[in-house]
Design a protein around this ligand. Structure first.
Ligand SMILES: [Zn+2]
Length: 221
């Protein structure tokens, strides 16, 4: 125990503590800014109503992570507004989680960002009653036909940076959905790790494409 503490202190002394594994030092995070300062417009006109559908329980959360997803819905109409509308009217039911509804905080496409839940309320997007849902803000990137994935990722990077600065979340806590192991609430079945967001994973795991996405975020910190 003492040894461990000593090692941690040494790491703190030598800033970054890359160590033999070559883990990159965490970038400094700037002070909180308004969404406009990051060229971001957050539409809250379709928030899920308090006490209804995915907010019927209103579980509180102190956001420590950001979980990045993609919708895997290629239909041309499946943009951010459509997903926010579906959440707003309780259309995304789930028989397998403890709430009965799926939910996440933000839906992003190339041009628009919709917020569905307050940042300080738990969603049901990552791992049932696991740490992912209990402590992370969920962002869904839309991949509908005709939507620019490039612009969607850039907008998601700006949103992530905005939230990181607001809640002091380090870059190491920006994780793909794949990060969380899913134990299904309804029957305790271990569903393992989902390949999500699939277009940023390499063989189902974070690799160079995920690193490139994190580098996008760094520009806005
Ligand atoms: Zn996902």
């Amino acid at each position: 125990m003492i040894k461990k503490t000593f090692l941690v202190s040494l790491c703190a002394l030598f800033l970054g503590c890359g160590g033999p594994s070559g883990v990159a030092p965490q970038p400094r995070i700037g002070k909180p800014v308004s969404p406009e300062e990051l060229n971001l417009s957050i539409n809250t006109s379709l928030m899920v109503p308090v006490g209804q559908f995915a907010r019927k329980r209103g579980d509180r959360m102190n956001p420590k992570y950001i979980t990045i997803h993609s919708t895997q819905n290629p239909h041309a109409s499946a943009n951010a507004r459509m997903h926010a509308t579906a959440l707003r009217f309780g259309r995304l039911k789930s028989r397998n989680n403890s709430l009965g509804y799926m939910s996440w905080h933000y839906s992003v496409d190339a041009t628009t960002t919709y917020q569905s839940l307050p940042d300080t309320e738990q969603g049901q997007h990552a791992d049932y009653d696991g740490q992912g849902n209990r402590s992370s803000i969920g962002i869904e990137m839309c991949e509908n036909k005709g939507n620019s994935l490039e612009a969607t990722m850039e907008q998601t990077a700006r949103l992530s940076a905005y939230l990181m600065r607001k809640y002091r979340i380090p870059l190491s806590n920006i994780v793909p959905h794949q990060h969380w192991r899913r134990i299904r609430y309804s029957d305790n079945k271990d569903l393992g790790h989902k390949n999500c967001p699939h277009f940023l994973m390499t063989d189902g795991k974070p690799g160079p494409k995920w690193e490139a996405f994190k580098n996008r975020i760094k520009k806005y910190l």
